[in-house]
Structures are given as C-alpha cells and as structure tokens.
Design a binder for this molecule. Structure first.
Ligand code: SAH
Length: 368
C-alpha cells in the first residue's frame, strides 16, 4: 500500500448499510451502494474506471478517494483431498489462514475472524499464539473475495463457516458486517442456513447476535460438565453451562425448526467415556441440537491424543440411540495442516501462553 493509499477508504469495509451511509455522506444517492456491491463482489471489478453505470465524475471521485484492497495471498497449499489453504497477509505484518473444503455438492470456506485468539482453549493451536488483533470487515469478507477469485468459475463457495482463527463473537461488529455482506443478494447472496458462526460461548454476544443477525449457530461445547469445560474452554469460568444453554434456547426461538450445532472435540481419556455421552444427552435435553464430533487434530507440541475411531463410534452410537442427530466431522486437509485447530498464521506470542497451557493440562489430567 502506498502512502497515498493509506488515506483512501477501503470499500471492502462496508456492508450495504455502511456503503449507503458512505454515498449519502459524499452527496450521492444511496442506490449507488448496490451498484458498487455488484461490481466488487459479483463482477470482480476493482478498477472504478470500468464501472460503467456510474457517472464519470463519481468514477473519478472514487478513484481518487477510495480503493478495493483485499488481503494478499502469500502462500497457497493444496491437499491431496482437494482442500486448499491460503496464508493471507493482512496489514501490519499479520497473517491469517483461510481454508476451502470442497465436497460433492458444496464448497465450504472456513474463515478467520481475529489474528490469534484470546480464549486459551487448551486443545487449539491458535490459542497458543495469544491474541494480536481483530480483523477488519474488509479482512474478513476479503478472505471470501480472494478465495473465490482464486477458485475461479468452476468451484463455487456455497457455505461459510466462521471457524478459522479467533473467536468471532469477540469481534462482533466487523464479523456481523462481513456476514451481512456474505448474505446480501447484491454481493455473494448466501442463504442464512449456509453461513455459520461458531462460538466458544460468549453469552452476552450470543443474545445480541440473535437480535441483529440471523445466521446458523454452532457452539463449541467439548464437555458436559462445568469442571471439565472450565479447563478445556476457560471462558466457561465466566459463562457456565447453564447460562450458555439458556442463550442457545433463546437463539432457537428465532425460527420453529431451528437447531444448534454443538461441536465436541474427541480427546482420548478426557471427555470420551460412555458417562460423558450420557451427561451430554442429559445436558442437551431441552435444546434442539445436532452433535458434531470432531476428532482431535494434533499440532506440534499439542498436549492431547485423539480418541480411537472405535471410541468415537461408540460415543456417536450412544448419542444417536438417544435420538440426537450426531455426525463425526471428517478430517480434511490434514496433510497441509488445514484441519480444525491447526490454523496458525503468524503472530508473535506475547503471552508465553504455551507454558501456561502445559500447566493447565497437567491439572486437567490430575482432576479427570
Ligand atoms: N472460536 C470459535 C471458532 C474457532 S474454532 C469457537 O471456539 O467455536 C472452530 C472449531 O474447531 C471449534 O469447535 C474448536 O473448538 C475446534 N478445534 C480447535 N482446536 C481443535 C483441534 N486441535 N482439533 C479439533 N478441533 C479443534
């Protein structure tokens, strides 16, 4: 970015409302917003001179004062199973990872919301890096923008999961604006069922989300009792299970057939016994739920083992027999470290968190 461009407005930062406000502020009609969204996201045009339905003077104004500045791809990896991972350069030297997971009938992009993460979940590699900063709206929607441009015509992104690096609900406004753009008919037009936000359980933000943005909700549960969840997902110490589940029940009130997806990472000897499965059934009794069991993905110096396939299957069957729709997440992109919890990017660990994690895990092992 040149010094001159630093003063320019990056239009990727605006959802439709923001874009309308911008045009009103410069004395233009609000409908310019939808024209711009179409050019940027549907036509892939970033040169204002080519936006032929805008007046000459507006094109000149935009060229002088605005730009479209997506993140830059610094590295791309393709896995044997078709999964693709991009390392993206954000401003200030920060890097995050974005993953595309192709399936027969859909293509899912796993999007990051923060550089690093503040939440210190003990089984997640992003946590080891500590928190650096929130991504801007432009940097979040920009992941979709660069991925779709790179994939070209033949592979379409049909689904987005906010399951990359970071806790999306701790970057509320930027994540909501980016999700609004994903669902806007003048932009990517994804249906609300195809945009999923995953949270470790930031309860007040879950209530707020229900009132402002109707997307699918996934909750990283990972334990059926507070003692264990306090250790695995430390934000549970602030918002314990009964508060988390009340927020989930509030969310499903939005629509009659709505369900919450609960993610549950399978950790050998930690949360994978028959008793754990039964506790889960009891816990989720009053919440319309789907269970997604995630085989733990190891990373360098990770402190857990994945449950055996037999244990995972046994766990799944207990839940299934109790009437819970339960799937086991197929691990994708393992050969390029693109699986859940393996995304790294580049952040300087300011917190010496890894040492703290080792101590925490030692205490979980002692308690369980
Ligand atoms: N902060 C959000 C979203 C990011 S993580 C959240 O907690 O939901 C997306 C999912 O991957 C979460 O369910 C997370 O708990 C899970 N995950 C993290 N590390 C993992 C690992 N090493 N193996 C498997 N799943 C992991």
């Amino acid at each position: 970015m040149s010094v001159k461009e630093m003063d320019k407005v990056n239009l990727l930062n605006f959802d439709r409302k923001g874009m309308e406000a911008f045009f009103i502020a410069i004395g233009e009609k609000p409908f310019r917003a939808t024209q711009l969204l179409k050019w940027i996201y549907q036509e892939g045009i970033s040169d204002f001179a080519q936006m032929t339905n805008l007046s000459k003077s507006l094109r000149n104004y935009l060229t002088e004062h605005c730009y479209i500045d997506p993140p830059e791809i610094v590295f791309e990896q393709n896995a044997g199973d078709g999964t693709r991972k991009w390392l993206l350069q954000m401003s200030c030297g920060n890097r995050v990872e974005t993953v595309f997971i192709p399936e027969e009938k859909r293509g899912t992009l796993c999007v990051s919301s923060q550089v690093g993460c503040a939440l210190a979940c003990t089984f997640c590699s992003t946590a080891k890096q500590g928190f650096n900063r929130n991504l801007t709206t432009a940097e979040i929607i920009g992941q979709l923008y660069v991925a779709q441009n790179r994939l070209g015509e033949e592979k379409k992104i049909t689904n987005v999961v906010m399951m990359g690096m970071g806790e999306p609900l701790l970057n509320f406004d930027n994540v909501v604006a980016a999700m609004n753009l994903m669902m806007d008919d003048f932009s990517y037009g994804l249906s609300k069922r195809r945009v999923t936000i995953s949270t470790s359980g930031v309860v007040p933000a879950m209530y707020r989300l229900t009132t402002v943005c109707d997307v699918s909700l996934a909750v990283s549960l990972h334990a059926a009792n507070d003692a264990l969840r306090n250790q695995l997902v430390p934000i549970n110490q602030k918002y314990p299970l009964h508060e988390l589940l009340a927020a989930c029940r509030d969310n499903v009130k939005l629509a009659p057939r709505r369900t919450i997806t609960f993610e549950y990472v399978m950790l050998k000897g930690i949360n994978d016994t028959d008793a754990d499965a039964r506790a889960l059934i009891k816990l989720l009794k009053n919440v319309p739920s789907k269970l997604n069991l995630i085989p733990f993905n190891p990373f360098p110096n990770s402190l857990y083992d994945c449950s055996t396939p037999e244990t995972i299957d046994r766990f799944r069957i207990i839940l299934h027999n109790a009437g819970l729709v339960t799937t086991v997440r197929r691990t994708r992109g393992e050969d390029i470290d693109a699986a859940c919890g393996q995304l790294v990017g580049k952040v300087v660990d300011k917190s010496r968190r890894h040492l703290k994690l080792q101590q925490q895990v030692a205490s979980v092992a002692a308690e369980v």
